[in-house]
Design a protein around this ligand. Structure first.
Ligand code: NAD
Length: 424
């Protein structure tokens, strides 16, 4: 019998939400008590202080974290988030979801996540570089190409990954591209990585719409969040022929029943940095966006935006969870009871990012680089297989699609722990 001795370290709504999802899945597959707690809780974490010299000569100390949830199935893998609302609990929950995701799609990785409490839009480019390099410097003894491999997440990007790779390489004395993924192509980034998450979301949406016999030209899409994932999802779905009727970022949401010109929105973003005052659509609120009548709703920003307050009001046919943890457990229950919305759960829906990160890491370790076509072909093959396994699990046990995906992911991690013993 295992008895949980639970610390308050990760205590937060989002960590509790991830734990409840785990408990439900563990019950559903009768996961033995003896293996539960060590499969559920993060293996270890590091909290760091990051003093950064500001442009005005002053010094600000930022706080950063890295949580390694599971190292039993391979090196840990997971993004680094720069956001003012980062907490250790959020990073812990995101690390846990990374474990199930990598395991579900069959990657030889554990799960991890990192974060820094900072609003990156308030830093100059130089300050951002100093912060990114300092974060990596503090991580040097905690991570490594065969221990834990970070990647971009909310508020971080290719350029930041490049600085981090350079910092790590300078420390070890030779170039070490496999220390992070999502780097610029010039220093070992993979073809197709920048668009991988959104391309994967769009590919899965297309597959599910085909199953539902909904033609793409008749598909309308509303997307919350227009960063890396949201904008690439918009681009890929509009290339497939769907009409993107709403987009948003933290400065506001925009609606156009005729369809938004995504390339124009991207150009606007390039110059203005945010969607605020975008003139290719009419302004609405982010809450209104979530409740729009559309075929596909894509939350692609932060966690816990579909809640018990708005779940009853959703008017989509498909909820494609591009973001991690966008649907609270209470909302999940409401949507399941409604029975009229197909959820593509986060651990499946946004797995394209970590799949191509895996390809990038493989290319770095072998020093042999693939074409974009090869990357996309291999990505879609893995997504097809993962979707099929989720659908088979769903049918076999009469699970919801989320429960099917989580049970598959959790079972493999638990099996690895069982096989290896108590240490990993
Ligand atoms: P990003 O920083 O590039 O973009 C985030 C977007 O969300 C921005 O447009 C931002 O303005 C918007 N946003 C923030 N708060 C908002 C709010 N309250 N309302 C509306 N919009 C808001 O981040 P990203 O990499 O695109 O990540 C988005 C989501 O996808 C996150 O949940 C992340 O964990 C998940 N994800 C990312 C990747 C990846 O490869 N980057 C992979 C898998 C999952």
């Amino acid at each position: 019998m295992s008895k949980a001795i639970v610390s308050t370290l990760y205590d937060s709504d989002v960590f509790k939400m991830a734990c409840r999802q785990f408990d439900k899945a563990a019950d559903a597959i009768n996961l033995p008590e003896a293996i539960r707690d060590r499969t559920k809780y993060p293996r270890r974490c590091l909290a760091v202080s990051l003093p950064v010299k500001r442009d005005d000569g002053s010094v600000t100390v930022f706080e950063g974290y890295r949580v390694q949830h599971n190292l039993s199935t391979g090196p840990a893998k997971g993004g680094i988030r720069f956001h003012q609302h980062v907490t250790l609990g959020e990073v812990g929950a995101l690390a846990m979801w990374m474990s199930w995701k990598c395991s579900l799609v069959g990657l030889p990785y554990g799960g991890a996540k990192g974060g820094v409490i900072v609003d990156p839009s308030k830093l100059s480019e130089t300050e951002l570089e100093h912060l990114s390099r300092r974060y990596m410097q503090e991580m040097v003894n905690f991570i490594g190409p065969h221990t834990d491999v970070p990647a971009p997440d909310v508020g971080t990007n290719e350029k930041i990954m490049g600085w981090m790779m350079d910092t790590y390489s300078n420390h070890v004395g030779h170039i070490s591209p496999a220390i992070v993924t999502g780097k610029p192509i010039a220093i070992g980034g993979s073809q197709g990585r920048r668009e991988a998450t959104g391309a994967g979301v769009a590919y899965l949406v297309k597959k599910y719409l085909t199953d539902m016999k909904i033609p793409l030209p008749k598909t309308t899409v509303a997307i919350q969040g227009f960063g890396n994932v949201g904008s690439e999802t918009a681009l890929a779905l509009s290339n497939y022929g769907a009409k993107i009727i709403a987009i948003s970022d933290y400065t506001g949401a925009f609606y156009n029943a005729q369809g938004i010109d995504i390339r124009r929105a991207l150009k606007y973003l390039q110059y203005q940095k945010v969607l605020h005052d975008f003139d290719g659509a009419e302004p609405i609120s982010n809450e209104q966006l979530l409740e729009l009548k559309c075929t596909v709703l894509v939350p692609a920003a932060l966690e816990r935006v579909v809640t018990d307050k708005n779940a009853k009001k959703l008017k989509c046919r498909v909820l494609a969870e591009a973001a991690n943890g966008p649907t609270t457990n209470a909302a999940d229950k409401i949507i399941e009871a409604r029975g009229d919305i197909e959820i593509i759960p986060d651990v499946l829906c946004n797995s394209g990012g970590v799949i191509v990160s895996y390809f990038e890491w493989l290319q770095n370790l072998s020093n042999f680089y693939w074409s974009r076509d090869e990357v996309m072909q291999k990505l879609f093959a893995i997504l097809d297989k993962a979707k099929d396994s989720v659908e088979a699990q769903k049918k076999k046990f009469q699970f919801s699609r989320r429960l099917a995906a989580l049970t598959l992911g959790i079972q493999r991690v638990a099996d690895a722990k069982q096989s290896r013993g108590l240490f990993p």
